[in-house]
Design a binder for this molecule. Structure first.
Ligand code: PEP
Ligand code: MG
Length: 880
């Protein structure tokens, strides 16, 4: 763009210019403004990078002239010159994106060193070895980063030199050795590039800036951006700053520090330093850094100044700072400051302390907490110091970490889990039959299935760690082996899952326990004062409901009754009900199920006494309660091969197979389920409604306050709901008449089909409330399968940036969010006081909660362990 300014001296910038100067450039400029000592320099803006990248790498007009002018100014201010043989200026050329991308882009240090300047640098430092070592480091870094020389080319030469000298460490090489190594490195560079490195340091500077621009596009930076939701078109700034050396003898040092403890949040000195070292020595871990407190003894003046600066920076940013510093010849320089990354426990403590110290308001403190991070507090987590590489990754389906021995079937998991063994259930995908094993396993790993797959939903509900859809794994239950690439684990081998990141590790890693404490209670209390949205939980049994209440749930937004049907002791009766050959047989089976359902409902209503409990009538297609078609066909075959030793078994098996075939549908998700099933087999919802009415009456009789609501799933037509409402109301009336007392029971529906959203005004006439089922609404609205999409094209879509987020995790704002908006507007147009909630998995996702706040829903409902996160997110949604 003509006339645009592409470059700022540090003295001309400040923190507000972060989009243009990047985090590092704006941070250093702001420090300069605050009078904190920083090396002098200038920043080439992100806009310059964006314009260069959009023009095939060609620099925008005027940028080079601006760079040369800024360099002259820097030379003037420092009294040094780039390439000056007497007083050489050396600079670092560093990337600096708007959002920090640690280690993803390139840096060149010591630019300005060369044959002409190396001697002067040695003289000034009083240490020629340091100068020659800086020179060979520069050649190596410049060759690799700017000219693309493979790293091993220099490493091989260095190793050969060390071998020749009989030393193992770089430090064993003398000044003369390094002098010789510089000549060897020049040859290495020449051999690979076919030309000498530029003698002119200005040309080297131009190429170095260009290389940093290009590093924005390198593959690892691209992967990092996609993984962290950073836009590809932001570009990086480039910071050119005078080099300061922490490795100029024992009056120099380098280090990092935090203004508070980033692990606990405690207000205490936290940091480390190395005497006579460069920043990369600290990061690379070659030498063990010393605790910061020891700096007081060896560099007292710089230490005192550092403490003062830490106070200044924290007061300015009003947040814990993560600081990098260097001491050159007893003089302190700050190289970087940024808000410190912290554990969830530390985030809460810092928030609470900063409010108590009068630095932040409660609202400001709340706005800074990342709700998703709080998962760390609610579940065991991996010890952050584990340092292991994952064997593979899948979807982070249910947070928390789990360690246990691999088992491949639910029965073994159940048996061993009940015996007190820690096991991890590994399955191709889970089915309802796996529930018993899931319940006792430490965690669940599946090769197939997405974020709303059965395994994921069930695990989240239970607060069990789950990694789903880890498609690299092949599990062979028959052979009891699990393979991940070259790695083979057999039943009983240890495995570790991190359901918060999707990582899977071989072996048993150390865990840290959940850490809910007083800070949590205090800060979440502030969130409750601020938020407008109600927060309920999705729970299907008494213990989960009780847990949800403990976490602050204000009711149950979704009780999925099918989960009760799937439990081992119910399944036989449920199957008898499905396979019944006549009405009487079906009625008998339902009579058997009714008391079990009633007991389940009583437990939930008791746990949630005084708070609303939305019970949803049966939703899944009936075949889900039967064995799979393939398994049953094999069973028939097995019995046939066994001859006629068990003729009754064979008859039964064939009948079952025939029934499974009859019920199996090509598209079961779009098939005979939800309200369709209820209208086809009214005796099933009748039984459920009876069980609900009796449970509520029983709880009320015991002095409880049951606030039950009945919800109908998968409604598309107003007429479906009208008919169901009549059936439900009549059944309730019959029960209440028999009991001689009545309870208020609102009747509502899920809005989980696009048609339902569009005709929400018609549907609302028969509903007391709506609950948006955003799982099915995403499936049907976007037209992507809940069970298959993530394992199929969706992950490629995410990698390639076709879609910004997984729509099953974060609501697709324009599409599915638009359907919710239509549902809200039309529903309220015919019934202004219609109560509106959401109970899909999005109800616990902070980004989606912000959308639901904007759309004016009354509450969100999510799995119990996400309730605290939703409370924070709902508060933040109000604060933005
Ligand atoms: C939904 O579809 O969003 C929902 C909550 O129902 P389920 O996940 O049980 O289909
Ligand atoms: Mg649904």
């Amino acid at each position: 763009m003509a006339g645009q300014r592409y470059l700022y001296d540090l003295a001309d910038g400040d923190a507000s210019m972060k989009p243009l100067l990047g985090g590092k450039g704006a941070g250093v400029a702001q420090m300069m403004k605050l009078g904190v000592p920083v090396p002098d320099g200038f920043t080439v803006t992100t806009a310059a990078c964006v314009d260069a990248m959009s023009d095939g790498g060609a620099w925008p007009d005027g940028l080079w002239e601006e760079t040369l002018a800024a360099l002259s100014r820097l030379e003037e201010r420092t009294g040094r010159g780039l390439g000056d043989p007497e007083r050489p200026l050396l600079v670092s050329v560093r990337s600096g994106a708007v959002v920090s991308m640690p280690g993803m882009m390139d840096t060149i240090l010591n630019l300005g060193i060369g044959d002409a300047t190396v001697e002067a640098l040695g003289r000034e430092a009083g240490d020629p070895r340091f100068a020659w070592d800086s020179y060979r480091r520069f050649l190596q870094m410049y060759g690799e980063v700017v000219e693309g020389v493979p790293a091993h080319a220099y490493e091989d030469a260095l190793t050969a030199m060390k071998r020749g000298r009989g030393v193992t460490e770089d430090t064993g090489l003398s000044t003369d050795d390094l002098r010789e190594l510089v000549e060897v490195f020049k040859i290495v560079s020449r051999t690979h590039i076919g030309a000498d490195l530029p003698e002119d340091p200005k040309e080297a500077l131009r190429r170095a800036i260009d290389a940093v621009f290009r590093s924005w596009l390198n593959p690892r930076a691209g992967v990092y951006r996609r993984a962290n939701g950073i836009a590809d078109d932001l570009g990086t700034a480039v910071n050119v700053m005078q080099m300061v050396f922490g490795n100029r003898g024992d009056t120099s040092a380098t280090g990092v520090c935090f203004t508070r403890n980033p692990a606990t949040g405690a207000r205490e000195l936290y940091g480390e330093f190395l005497l006579n070292a460069q920043g990369e020595d600290v990061v690379a871990g070659i030498r063990t850094p010393r605790p910061l407190a020891e700096m007081e003894v060896v560099l007292p003046e710089a230490y005192g100044q550092l403490l003062e600066v830490m106070g200044t920076l924290e007061a300015h940013y009003r947040d814990m700072q993560d600081i990098e510093f260097t001491v050159e010849d007893e003089k302190l320089y700050l190289l970087q400051t940024r808000d410190g990354k912290r554990t969830a426990a530390a985030a809460l403590k810092v928030a609470r302390d900063l409010v108590e110290e009068g630095v932040l308001s409660r609202e400001e403190a709340l706005a800074r907490i990342e709700p998703g991070q709080l998962d760390q507090l609610l579940h065991p987590a991996l010890d952050p110091a584990h340092g292991q590489q994952p064997a593979t990754r899948g979807l982070a389906a249910s947070p928390g970490a789990a360690v246990g021995e691999v088992v491949f079937d639910s029965d073994t998991a159940e048996r061993r889990g009940k015996a007190g063994d820690a096991v991890v259930l590994v399955r191709w995908e889970t089915t309802p039959d796996d529930i018993a094993g899931t319940l006792v396993a430490q965690g669940v790993l599946t090769a197939h299935g997405g974020m709303t797959s059965h395994a994921a939903v069930v695990a989240r509900g239970m607060g069990k760690p789950c990694v789903a859809g880890a498609s690299d794994i092949a599990s062979d239950a028959e052979a009891s082996t699990l393979t991940i690439g070259d790695l083979t684990l057999t039943e009983g081998d240890a495995i570790t899952l991190d359901g918060s990141t999707g990582e899977v590790f071989a072996g048993a890693l150390a865990l840290v326990p959940p850490q809910i404490n007083e800070d949590f209670a205090v800060v979440v209390g502030w969130a409750d004062d601020v938020r407008r949205l109600g927060v309920r939980a999705n729970a299907d049994n008494g213990p989960d409901a009780a847990k949800a209440r403990e976490f602050g749930a204000e009711g149950i937004g979704l009780c999925r009754t099918e989960h009760m049907f799937m439990e081992q002791d119910r399944l036989p009766a449920v199957r008898r009900m499905i396979l019944a050959s006549d009405d009487a047989e079906r009625a008998n089976a339902l009579e058997e199920i009714l008391p079990m359902q009633q007991a389940d409902f009583e437990a939930i209503l008791e746990a949630m006494s005084g708070l609303p409990v939305t019970i949803r009538l049966l939703d899944p297609p009936l075949h889900e309660f039967l064995p799979s078609l393939v398994d049953q066909a094999l069973e028939v075959q097995r019995l046939e091969l066994a001859g006629d030793t068990h003729p009754t078994d064979l008859r039964h098996a064939r009948a079952l197979l025939a029934q499974i075939k009859k019920l199996t549908e090509q598209n079961p998700m779009l098939g005979t389920r939800g309200v369709r099933l209820a209208l086809l087999y009214p005796e099933i919802p009748q039984m459920q409604v009876r069980a609900i009415a009796r449970a509520a009456l029983a709880v009320a009789d015991r002095g409880g306050d049951p606030q039950v609501e009945i919800m109908v799933p998968l409604v598309a037509y107003a007429e479906e709901l009208r008919r169901m409402r009549t059936l439900i109301a009549q059944t309730l009336e019959a029960e209440f008449a028999a009991a001689g007392r009545r309870l208020e029971v609102p009747i509502g529906t899920m809005i989980e089909l696009p048609r339902a959203a569009v005709v929400a005004d018609q549907i609302a006439e028969h509903a007391d409330f709506f609950s948006f089922g955003t799982n099915d609404l995403t499936q049907t609205g976007v037209g992507i399968s809940r069970d298959d999409a993530e394992g199929a094209f969706l992950s490629a879509y995410l990698d390639e940036g076709v879609v910004p987020d997984n729509p099953f995790v974060s609501i697709d704002v324009d599409g599915v969010g638009g359907l919710v908006e239509i549902g809200v507007q039309r529903g309220r147009s015919s019934k202004p006081d219609l109560k509106l909630g959401v109970c899909g998995e999005h109800g616990g996702d902070p980004a989606s909660i912000a959308v639901f706040e904007r759309l004016g829903l009354d509450y969100v409902s999510c799995s119990p362990f996400r309730v605290p996160i939703a409370r924070f997110a709902a508060a933040q949604a109000v604060l933005v």
